[in-house]
Design a protein around this ligand. Sequence first.
Ligand SMILES: [Zn+2]
Length: 139
Amino acid sequence: MAEIAKLFGIHRNTVRRWLKEGLEAIDHRRPVLIHGSALKAYLTKRRAQRRQTCRPGEFYCFRCRAPRATWGAMADVSFRSATVARLSALCACCETPMHRTIRRADLPALAALVDLRTVASERMNERSDPSANRAFEEV
Ligand SMILES: [Zn+2]
């Protein structure tokens, strides 16, 4: 148990919790010994159970630690290559920026769920819009 805690840089109580949650010890004697293959199998199974897939239109929010809808059902799109698009949006729950990379071929399906704006055209609008300067003139 102490070796596992040291190996992963975690507290011994975490390993004790894993034992309660299904990690198998070799026997019930002290010190508690765990076979490496049992540990590997436990952690692999645990990771698979925790995996959360985003439904269409959802992004994974690292702050919420969950798939989330985008704020205002909006996302910005920038094109990385002929086949790949990068999406940026805010989490509908905590407004943390979220990012997702998808195939450009999947954009039409996503556009049905999320209001997509291309970042390049937005920048052009900002440059041609004189209202940004007006705020300074009025002061
Ligand atoms: Zn969030």
